[in-house]
Design a protein around this ligand. Sequence first.
Ligand code: SMG
Ligand code: MG
Length: 370
Amino acid sequence: MFSIERLRLRLIRLPLVAFFETSFSRIYDKTFILVSLDGNGVEGLGECVADTDPYYSAETNVTAWHVIKDFIAPLVLGRTYAHPRDVFPSLARVRGHHMAKAAVEMAAWDLAARLQNAPLGQLLGGTRTEIASGVSIGIQDSLDDLAGKVARELDAGYRRIKIKIKPGWDVAAVEAVRARFGAIPLMVDANAAYTLADADRLAALDRFGLMMIEQPLEYDDVRDHAALQRRIATPVCLDESIHSVRAAEDAIALAACRIVNIKPGRLGGHAEAIRVHDVCAAHGIPVWHGGMLESGIGRAHNIHLASLPNFSLPGDIAASRRYFVPDLIEPGIEVSRDGTVPVPTGPGIGVTVDWDRVAAATLEMHDVKA
Ligand code: SMG
Ligand code: MG
Protein backbone atom coordinates (compact mmCIF):
# COMPACT_ATOMS: atom_id res chain seq x y z
CA MET A 1 0.00 0.00 0.00
CA PHE A 2 1.33 3.43 -0.90
CA SER A 3 0.05 6.96 -1.40
CA ILE A 4 1.07 9.51 -4.02
CA GLU A 5 1.52 12.93 -2.43
CA ARG A 6 3.58 14.86 -4.96
CA LEU A 7 4.49 14.51 -8.61
CA ARG A 8 7.52 16.33 -10.02
CA LEU A 9 8.31 16.67 -13.72
CA ARG A 10 11.76 17.50 -15.04
CA LEU A 11 12.60 18.02 -18.68
CA ILE A 12 16.17 16.82 -19.14
CA ARG A 13 18.56 16.99 -22.06
CA LEU A 14 21.71 14.87 -22.33
CA PRO A 15 24.13 14.88 -25.27
CA LEU A 16 24.63 11.42 -26.82
CA VAL A 17 28.18 10.06 -27.02
CA ALA A 18 27.57 9.38 -30.73
CA PHE A 19 24.73 10.21 -33.08
CA PHE A 20 22.00 7.58 -33.47
CA GLU A 21 20.35 7.18 -36.86
CA THR A 22 17.25 5.15 -37.64
CA SER A 23 15.18 4.93 -40.82
CA PHE A 24 13.31 8.05 -39.66
CA SER A 25 15.89 10.40 -38.07
CA ARG A 26 19.39 11.09 -36.82
CA ILE A 27 19.68 12.42 -33.27
CA TYR A 28 22.62 13.91 -31.38
CA ASP A 29 21.06 14.24 -27.94
CA LYS A 30 18.25 12.77 -25.90
CA THR A 31 15.58 14.95 -24.33
CA PHE A 32 13.18 13.27 -21.93
CA ILE A 33 10.91 13.77 -18.93
CA LEU A 34 11.91 12.40 -15.54
CA VAL A 35 8.96 11.78 -13.21
CA SER A 36 9.40 11.70 -9.42
CA LEU A 37 6.57 10.52 -7.18
CA ASP A 38 6.68 11.18 -3.43
CA GLY A 39 4.68 9.14 -0.97
CA ASN A 40 5.05 7.56 2.48
CA GLY A 41 8.42 9.28 2.89
CA VAL A 42 10.06 7.75 -0.20
CA GLU A 43 10.54 8.82 -3.80
CA GLY A 44 10.00 6.73 -6.92
CA LEU A 45 11.44 7.56 -10.35
CA GLY A 46 10.21 6.92 -13.87
CA GLU A 47 11.66 7.99 -17.21
CA CYS A 48 9.40 8.90 -20.11
CA VAL A 49 10.63 7.45 -23.42
CA ALA A 50 8.90 9.97 -25.69
CA ASP A 51 11.20 11.91 -28.00
CA THR A 52 11.25 15.50 -29.20
CA ASP A 53 9.55 14.48 -32.44
CA PRO A 54 6.58 12.17 -33.17
CA TYR A 55 8.58 9.87 -35.47
CA TYR A 56 8.95 6.66 -33.46
CA SER A 57 5.57 7.16 -31.81
CA ALA A 58 2.81 9.77 -31.88
CA GLU A 59 3.80 11.04 -28.44
CA THR A 60 6.41 13.75 -27.85
CA ASN A 61 7.91 15.30 -24.74
CA VAL A 62 5.48 18.19 -25.10
CA THR A 63 2.40 15.95 -25.31
CA ALA A 64 3.63 13.79 -22.42
CA TRP A 65 4.33 16.84 -20.23
CA HIS A 66 0.83 18.19 -20.95
CA VAL A 67 -0.94 14.87 -20.41
CA ILE A 68 0.94 14.02 -17.19
CA LYS A 69 0.53 17.51 -15.69
CA ASP A 70 -3.08 18.14 -16.66
CA PHE A 71 -4.67 14.68 -16.75
CA ILE A 72 -2.58 11.94 -15.13
CA ALA A 73 -1.38 13.87 -12.07
CA PRO A 74 -4.95 14.76 -10.98
CA LEU A 75 -5.89 11.06 -11.26
CA VAL A 76 -3.05 9.75 -9.08
CA LEU A 77 -2.37 12.55 -6.59
CA GLY A 78 -3.82 12.09 -3.12
CA ARG A 79 -4.70 8.52 -3.96
CA THR A 80 -3.71 5.36 -2.09
CA TYR A 81 -2.94 2.26 -4.13
CA ALA A 82 -2.88 -1.31 -2.85
CA HIS A 83 -0.38 -2.31 -5.55
CA PRO A 84 1.43 -0.58 -8.44
CA ARG A 85 -0.37 -2.87 -10.90
CA ASP A 86 -3.50 -0.82 -10.06
CA VAL A 87 -2.00 2.40 -11.45
CA PHE A 88 -2.46 1.71 -15.19
CA PRO A 89 -6.16 0.75 -14.85
CA SER A 90 -6.73 3.91 -12.75
CA LEU A 91 -5.67 5.97 -15.80
CA ALA A 92 -8.11 4.32 -18.20
CA ARG A 93 -10.12 7.49 -18.72
CA VAL A 94 -7.10 8.91 -20.58
CA ARG A 95 -6.90 7.15 -23.93
CA GLY A 96 -3.55 6.26 -25.42
CA HIS A 97 -0.55 8.31 -24.23
CA HIS A 98 1.17 5.14 -23.06
CA MET A 99 4.58 6.76 -22.73
CA ALA A 100 3.17 9.45 -20.44
CA LYS A 101 1.30 6.84 -18.40
CA ALA A 102 4.31 4.53 -18.24
CA ALA A 103 6.59 7.20 -16.78
CA VAL A 104 4.18 7.67 -13.86
CA GLU A 105 3.34 3.98 -13.52
CA MET A 106 6.98 2.94 -13.45
CA ALA A 107 7.78 5.60 -10.82
CA ALA A 108 4.98 4.05 -8.73
CA TRP A 109 6.60 0.59 -9.00
CA ASP A 110 9.93 2.05 -7.88
CA LEU A 111 8.21 3.78 -4.96
CA ALA A 112 6.38 0.60 -3.93
CA ALA A 113 9.54 -1.50 -4.15
CA ARG A 114 11.51 1.02 -2.06
CA LEU A 115 8.77 1.01 0.57
CA GLN A 116 9.15 -2.76 0.86
CA ASN A 117 12.93 -2.40 0.80
CA ALA A 118 12.91 -4.88 -2.09
CA PRO A 119 14.55 -4.76 -5.52
CA LEU A 120 12.06 -3.84 -8.24
CA GLY A 121 12.67 -7.09 -10.10
CA GLN A 122 11.34 -9.05 -7.14
CA LEU A 123 8.00 -7.17 -7.27
CA LEU A 124 7.80 -7.59 -11.04
CA GLY A 125 8.29 -11.36 -10.83
CA GLY A 126 11.85 -11.48 -12.13
CA THR A 127 13.72 -14.75 -11.86
CA ARG A 128 17.22 -13.88 -13.15
CA THR A 129 20.18 -12.29 -11.37
CA GLU A 130 21.69 -11.08 -14.65
CA ILE A 131 20.36 -10.34 -18.11
CA ALA A 132 21.88 -10.86 -21.57
CA SER A 133 22.86 -7.67 -23.34
CA GLY A 134 22.78 -6.79 -27.05
CA VAL A 135 23.45 -3.57 -28.94
CA SER A 136 21.56 -1.58 -31.53
CA ILE A 137 23.85 0.03 -34.11
CA GLY A 138 22.37 2.91 -36.06
CA ILE A 139 22.71 3.64 -39.76
CA GLN A 140 26.27 4.82 -40.46
CA ASP A 141 27.85 7.09 -43.06
CA SER A 142 29.70 4.16 -44.65
CA LEU A 143 29.99 0.37 -44.53
CA ASP A 144 33.49 0.85 -43.08
CA ASP A 145 32.07 2.87 -40.21
CA LEU A 146 29.49 0.11 -39.67
CA ALA A 147 32.16 -2.59 -39.57
CA GLY A 148 34.17 -0.53 -37.08
CA LYS A 149 31.17 -0.22 -34.77
CA VAL A 150 30.33 -3.93 -35.00
CA ALA A 151 33.95 -4.87 -34.24
CA ARG A 152 33.99 -2.65 -31.16
CA GLU A 153 30.74 -4.04 -29.75
CA LEU A 154 31.77 -7.66 -30.33
CA ASP A 155 35.05 -6.90 -28.54
CA ALA A 156 33.10 -5.49 -25.63
CA GLY A 157 31.33 -8.85 -25.30
CA TYR A 158 27.79 -8.02 -26.44
CA ARG A 159 25.74 -11.12 -27.16
CA ARG A 160 23.83 -9.89 -30.18
CA ILE A 161 24.25 -7.20 -32.80
CA LYS A 162 21.28 -5.37 -34.26
CA ILE A 163 21.75 -3.03 -37.16
CA LYS A 164 19.25 -0.47 -38.31
CA ILE A 165 18.17 -0.77 -41.94
CA LYS A 166 16.18 1.25 -44.46
CA PRO A 167 15.76 1.05 -48.25
CA GLY A 168 19.26 1.64 -49.65
CA TRP A 169 20.96 0.48 -46.41
CA ASP A 170 19.90 -3.13 -46.05
CA VAL A 171 21.18 -6.08 -48.11
CA ALA A 172 24.63 -4.56 -48.67
CA ALA A 173 24.97 -3.64 -45.00
CA VAL A 174 24.03 -7.13 -43.81
CA GLU A 175 26.24 -8.72 -46.48
CA ALA A 176 29.21 -6.62 -45.35
CA VAL A 177 28.73 -7.57 -41.70
CA ARG A 178 28.33 -11.29 -42.49
CA ALA A 179 31.37 -11.23 -44.82
CA ARG A 180 33.60 -9.69 -42.17
CA PHE A 181 32.25 -11.21 -38.93
CA GLY A 182 30.74 -14.56 -39.99
CA ALA A 183 27.99 -16.28 -38.04
CA ILE A 184 27.57 -13.77 -35.21
CA PRO A 185 24.10 -13.40 -33.62
CA LEU A 186 22.76 -10.71 -35.96
CA MET A 187 19.38 -9.06 -36.54
CA VAL A 188 18.01 -5.97 -38.29
CA ASP A 189 15.45 -3.29 -37.39
CA ALA A 190 13.68 -1.26 -40.10
CA ASN A 191 11.45 0.94 -37.91
CA ALA A 192 8.60 0.60 -40.41
CA ALA A 193 10.58 1.73 -43.46
CA TYR A 194 9.14 -0.82 -45.94
CA THR A 195 5.81 -1.85 -47.43
CA LEU A 196 4.54 -5.22 -48.54
CA ALA A 197 5.58 -4.24 -52.07
CA ASP A 198 9.19 -4.67 -50.81
CA ALA A 199 8.61 -8.33 -49.87
CA ASP A 200 11.08 -9.61 -52.48
CA ARG A 201 13.79 -7.26 -51.23
CA LEU A 202 13.15 -8.38 -47.65
CA ALA A 203 13.18 -12.03 -48.76
CA ALA A 204 16.66 -11.36 -50.11
CA LEU A 205 17.76 -11.09 -46.46
CA ASP A 206 16.77 -14.72 -45.83
CA ARG A 207 20.10 -16.07 -47.03
CA PHE A 208 21.94 -14.31 -44.19
CA GLY A 209 20.39 -16.37 -41.40
CA LEU A 210 19.31 -13.37 -39.33
CA MET A 211 17.83 -13.98 -35.88
CA MET A 212 14.91 -11.76 -36.89
CA ILE A 213 13.79 -8.69 -38.79
CA GLU A 214 12.20 -6.11 -36.49
CA GLN A 215 9.20 -4.00 -37.56
CA PRO A 216 9.75 -4.00 -41.32
CA LEU A 217 6.27 -2.58 -42.13
CA GLU A 218 3.91 0.17 -40.90
CA TYR A 219 3.99 1.11 -37.22
CA ASP A 220 0.34 0.20 -36.63
CA ASP A 221 0.10 -2.80 -38.93
CA VAL A 222 -0.29 -6.47 -38.14
CA ARG A 223 -2.09 -7.78 -41.23
CA ASP A 224 0.64 -6.97 -43.75
CA HIS A 225 3.26 -8.32 -41.34
CA ALA A 226 1.33 -11.61 -41.35
CA ALA A 227 1.40 -11.62 -45.17
CA LEU A 228 5.12 -10.80 -45.15
CA GLN A 229 5.88 -13.52 -42.59
CA ARG A 230 4.30 -16.05 -44.95
CA ARG A 231 6.70 -14.91 -47.69
CA ILE A 232 10.00 -14.73 -45.83
CA ALA A 233 11.92 -17.27 -43.75
CA THR A 234 13.48 -14.74 -41.37
CA PRO A 235 11.35 -14.48 -38.21
CA VAL A 236 9.45 -11.20 -37.99
CA CYS A 237 9.69 -9.39 -34.63
CA LEU A 238 7.19 -6.63 -33.87
CA ASP A 239 8.09 -3.49 -31.93
CA GLU A 240 6.00 -0.40 -32.79
CA SER A 241 2.90 -2.49 -33.64
CA ILE A 242 2.74 -4.05 -30.16
CA HIS A 243 1.24 -1.06 -28.37
CA SER A 244 -1.11 -3.05 -26.11
CA VAL A 245 -1.93 -6.52 -24.83
CA ARG A 246 -4.70 -6.74 -27.41
CA ALA A 247 -2.32 -5.83 -30.22
CA ALA A 248 -0.02 -8.63 -29.04
CA GLU A 249 -2.92 -11.09 -29.01
CA ASP A 250 -3.98 -9.99 -32.50
CA ALA A 251 -0.45 -10.29 -33.86
CA ILE A 252 -0.09 -13.78 -32.43
CA ALA A 253 -3.53 -14.88 -33.68
CA LEU A 254 -2.68 -13.66 -37.19
CA ALA A 255 0.85 -15.14 -37.09
CA ALA A 256 2.20 -11.67 -37.86
CA CYS A 257 5.39 -12.30 -35.86
CA ARG A 258 7.38 -15.05 -34.19
CA ILE A 259 9.16 -12.80 -31.67
CA VAL A 260 8.05 -9.72 -29.71
CA ASN A 261 10.02 -6.69 -28.55
CA ILE A 262 8.75 -5.40 -25.20
CA LYS A 263 9.19 -1.79 -24.15
CA PRO A 264 7.25 -0.80 -21.05
CA GLY A 265 7.10 2.80 -22.28
CA ARG A 266 5.23 1.79 -25.44
CA LEU A 267 2.76 -0.35 -23.47
CA GLY A 268 1.86 1.96 -20.58
CA GLY A 269 4.25 0.63 -17.97
CA HIS A 270 5.50 -2.48 -16.22
CA ALA A 271 2.09 -4.06 -15.52
CA GLU A 272 1.04 -4.07 -19.19
CA ALA A 273 4.52 -5.18 -20.23
CA ILE A 274 4.22 -8.16 -17.87
CA ARG A 275 0.83 -9.02 -19.38
CA VAL A 276 2.33 -8.99 -22.89
CA HIS A 277 5.25 -11.08 -21.59
CA ASP A 278 2.77 -13.62 -20.19
CA VAL A 279 0.59 -13.75 -23.32
CA CYS A 280 3.68 -14.36 -25.44
CA ALA A 281 4.94 -17.05 -23.05
CA ALA A 282 1.57 -18.82 -23.21
CA HIS A 283 1.90 -18.96 -27.02
CA GLY A 284 5.56 -19.96 -27.14
CA ILE A 285 6.63 -16.56 -28.48
CA PRO A 286 10.00 -15.45 -27.06
CA VAL A 287 10.37 -11.79 -26.07
CA TRP A 288 13.29 -9.45 -25.57
CA HIS A 289 13.57 -6.03 -24.00
CA GLY A 290 13.80 -3.04 -26.34
CA GLY A 291 15.59 0.21 -25.66
CA MET A 292 14.79 3.89 -26.13
CA LEU A 293 18.23 5.37 -25.44
CA GLU A 294 17.28 5.71 -21.79
CA SER A 295 19.43 7.32 -19.12
CA GLY A 296 20.60 5.03 -16.33
CA ILE A 297 17.28 5.57 -14.55
CA GLY A 298 15.09 4.16 -17.34
CA ARG A 299 17.79 1.61 -18.13
CA ALA A 300 17.65 0.29 -14.55
CA HIS A 301 13.88 -0.16 -14.87
CA ASN A 302 14.45 -2.12 -18.08
CA ILE A 303 17.02 -4.40 -16.46
CA HIS A 304 14.60 -5.36 -13.69
CA LEU A 305 11.79 -6.08 -16.16
CA ALA A 306 14.11 -8.09 -18.40
CA SER A 307 14.78 -10.44 -15.47
CA LEU A 308 11.39 -12.11 -16.09
CA PRO A 309 11.66 -15.66 -17.50
CA ASN A 310 10.33 -15.24 -21.07
CA PHE A 311 12.93 -12.54 -21.86
CA SER A 312 14.96 -15.30 -23.42
CA LEU A 313 16.79 -13.27 -26.10
CA PRO A 314 19.40 -10.54 -25.49
CA GLY A 315 17.82 -7.08 -25.18
CA ASP A 316 18.72 -3.58 -26.33
CA ILE A 317 20.01 -2.88 -22.83
CA ALA A 318 23.64 -1.87 -23.11
CA ALA A 319 26.21 -0.05 -20.96
CA SER A 320 25.72 3.61 -20.00
CA ARG A 321 28.97 4.57 -21.71
CA ARG A 322 27.50 3.82 -25.15
CA TYR A 323 25.04 6.69 -24.63
CA PHE A 324 25.93 9.22 -21.94
CA VAL A 325 29.23 10.18 -20.31
CA PRO A 326 28.53 10.83 -17.56
CA ASP A 327 25.19 9.13 -17.04
CA LEU A 328 22.70 10.43 -14.47
CA ILE A 329 23.57 7.49 -12.21
CA GLU A 330 26.87 6.71 -10.53
CA PRO A 331 28.21 4.17 -11.18
CA GLY A 332 26.70 3.75 -14.64
CA ILE A 333 25.30 0.49 -16.00
CA GLU A 334 28.21 -1.80 -16.87
CA VAL A 335 28.25 -4.82 -19.14
CA SER A 336 30.55 -7.71 -18.25
CA ARG A 337 33.02 -9.26 -20.68
CA ASP A 338 30.54 -12.07 -21.30
CA GLY A 339 27.78 -9.64 -22.32
CA THR A 340 25.64 -9.68 -19.19
CA VAL A 341 24.33 -7.00 -16.84
CA PRO A 342 23.69 -7.83 -13.19
CA VAL A 343 20.19 -7.02 -11.92
CA PRO A 344 20.62 -4.39 -9.17
CA THR A 345 19.93 -5.77 -5.69
CA GLY A 346 19.24 -2.56 -3.73
CA PRO A 347 15.73 -1.27 -3.01
CA GLY A 348 13.61 -0.12 -5.97
CA ILE A 349 15.50 0.36 -9.22
CA GLY A 350 18.65 -0.01 -7.12
CA VAL A 351 20.88 2.59 -8.76
CA THR A 352 22.30 5.80 -7.29
CA VAL A 353 21.18 9.01 -8.96
CA ASP A 354 23.67 11.88 -9.10
CA TRP A 355 21.26 14.74 -8.38
CA ASP A 356 23.84 17.42 -9.21
CA ARG A 357 24.04 15.97 -12.73
CA VAL A 358 20.26 15.85 -12.92
CA ALA A 359 20.07 19.51 -11.87
CA ALA A 360 22.70 20.52 -14.43
CA ALA A 361 20.82 18.75 -17.25
CA THR A 362 17.35 20.00 -16.29
CA LEU A 363 15.76 22.50 -18.69
CA GLU A 364 12.44 22.87 -16.91
CA MET A 365 10.78 21.66 -13.72
CA HIS A 366 7.19 21.51 -12.50
CA ASP A 367 5.69 20.26 -9.21
CA VAL A 368 2.11 19.13 -8.84
CA LYS A 369 0.86 18.54 -5.28
CA ALA A 370 -2.23 16.71 -4.05
O1 SMG B 1 18.41 2.10 -26.43
O2 SMG B 1 20.07 1.23 -27.51
C1 SMG B 1 18.97 1.75 -27.47
C2 SMG B 1 18.26 1.98 -28.78
C3 SMG B 1 17.62 0.73 -29.24
O3 SMG B 1 17.22 0.59 -31.56
C4 SMG B 1 16.81 0.95 -30.49
N1 SMG B 1 15.63 1.57 -30.35
O4 SMG B 1 13.12 0.80 -32.74
O5 SMG B 1 14.03 -0.44 -31.28
C5 SMG B 1 13.92 0.66 -31.83
C6 SMG B 1 14.75 1.85 -31.46
C7 SMG B 1 13.88 2.99 -31.10
C8 SMG B 1 14.61 4.20 -30.66
S1 SMG B 1 14.67 5.41 -31.84
C9 SMG B 1 14.31 6.82 -30.94
MG1 MG C 1 12.67 -1.27 -32.95
